[in-house]
Design a protein around this ligand. Structure first.
Ligand code: ATP
Ligand code: MG
Length: 400
């Protein structure tokens, strides 16, 4: 098969913005397939055609396509003529020795001015294939569906459809900043925002050198994995251990967790604004742990005027874990580490922190100086997918 036909669904609903969405999807497809010798990616009347090159490795191209957001389904396809007999001959040649218990031809017309109807294509082309192969026609539950899409200058045909990743093309949803721990939840939260078309800045708070570098290694791995979806990511690593020590010295134990979180949000807000991100994202879930009661979440959120998005807020842990498995972050998340929030975490954190109390406790802290110090010591790391040979060479300082 020389092409891939890509179908989008949700995009069709977007009215005036449609050309822009399609342009971004085409851009993202080109980016995702970079280095695979693809000849062209173009929008063709309501679908996208990827023209493969002679050297394109299909399995790799397929794996990358399955991660691109904004795709309903895709299929390896070939082009054929309008003429029914010639089209059937072309399909039969591609079917080769393939066998099927039953089949049907399913036709659509991209251009309604074509001088034949879809049922006519199905009947005529299907009849010729049945004659040649002797397969039974089953319109309801065919073992093999042969799709034919009639375009003004010819036809696409393909066998079956592979599910796409759904969602919206990266870059259509605006920029957000996700607080990414090494845990199970926040990587899933970041993924969900990416799937809705957002570009996600990743922010991690660590307690190195008080604790090991393990949490940083984990979020790097998670960032690299998520970058296979959004193609470019920035990860900001913020040292948080010293701030926690300051909190421990000044704040009674029950309020500490809420105050750590408020500090994180304030720092994240600054980083978000600098990156032109319009909202913060967390992996918070109602009732999951002591800091995630509705009361505490409210007291925490009031540390920033920025919108806070919590894509997992109503999910059960097992649902989140299943999604983490599916997207591949779960095995990384369960690697043991010392989370900065287990450090200095009291045994009995308040479950109903009230804002006046929290604000009074914060009076004892030089909040602005703490934020400035953390921002000054933050490190930035950029990720790209795919990592092309020349990019690796350049990073190593190779002359080529
Ligand atoms: P997760 O599995 O995402 O760590 P959790 O159930 O362990 O979530 P908490 O540890 O209370 O819950 O964290 C709530 C949210 O706060 C996280 O989902 C994440 O968005 C943010 N967060 C917590 N710790 C950190 C950290 N070290 N760096 C960045 N964000 C963090
Ligand atoms: Mg956690």
């Amino acid at each position: 098969m020389r092409s891939v036909v890509v179908h989008y669904k949700e995009l069709a609903l977007k009215g005036k913005n449609r050309p822009w969405f399609i342009r971004l999807l085409v851009r993202n497809l080109k980016g995702a397939l970079a280095g695979l010798h693809v000849a062209a990616v173009r929008s063709v009347m309501g679908r996208i055609e990827i023209e493969l090159g002679d050297e394109t490795p299909w399995e790799e191209a397929r794996a990358r396509l399955a991660r691109v957001f904004g795709i309903a389904n895709f299929s390896a396809a070939n082009r054929g003529p309008h003429d029914f007999a010639a089209l059937a001959a072309s399909i039969l040649a591609d079917l080769g020795r393939r066998e099927a218990a039953s089949f049907r031809v399913s036709a659509t017309r991209a251009d309604k001015r074509l001088p034949f109807t879809s049922p006519q294509v199905e009947r005529e082309v299907g009849g010729l294939i049945k004659e040649a192969k002797g397969w039974r026609v089953d319109l309801e539950h065919p073992a093999l569906t042969i799709h034919v899409e009639m375009l003004p200058d010819g036809a696409f045909y393909f066998f079956g459809k592979e599910p796409g990743a759904g969602g919206m093309p990266s870059g259509t949803g605006g920029r957000v900043a996700c607080l990414l721990s090494g845990g199970i939840d926040s990587p899933v939260a970041a993924y969900r925002m990416m799937r809705r078309g957002c570009s996600v800045l990743l922010i991690h708070f660590h307690s190195y050198p008080i604790l090991s570098r393990a949490s940083q290694e984990k979020v790097r791995e998670i960032a690299a994995l998520l970058t296979k979806h959004q193609l470019r990511s920035r990860l900001v690593l913020v040292p948080f251990g010293e701030l926690q020590q300051q909190v421990v010295l000044a704040v009674p134990p029950p309020l500490r967790v809420v105050i750590y979180r408020r500090l994180m949000l304030r720092i994240a807000e600054r980083l978000a604004r600098k990156a032109h991100a319009r909202a913060l994202v967390t992996g918070e879930v109602i009732g999951q742990v002591a800091s995630q009661t509705l009361e505490n979440m409210t007291a925490i959120a009031q540390a920033t005027p920025l919108q806070i998005l919590r894509p997992l807020v109503g999910m059960d842990k097992d649902e989140i874990s299943a999604e983490a498995e599916r997207i591949g972050t779960f095995p990384i998340s369960i690697i043991p580490d010392q989370d900065c929030c287990t450090l200095f975490t009291p045994k009995h954190p308040a479950t109903r922190a009230r804002l006046p109390e929290v604000e009074a406790a914060e009076q004892a802290l030089p909040i602005d100086d703490m934020i400035a110090a953390a921002l000054g010591a933050a490190a930035v790391e950029d990720f790209r997918f795919p990592v092309l040979e020349y990019a690796v060479a350049r990073r190593r300082g190779d002359p080529s």
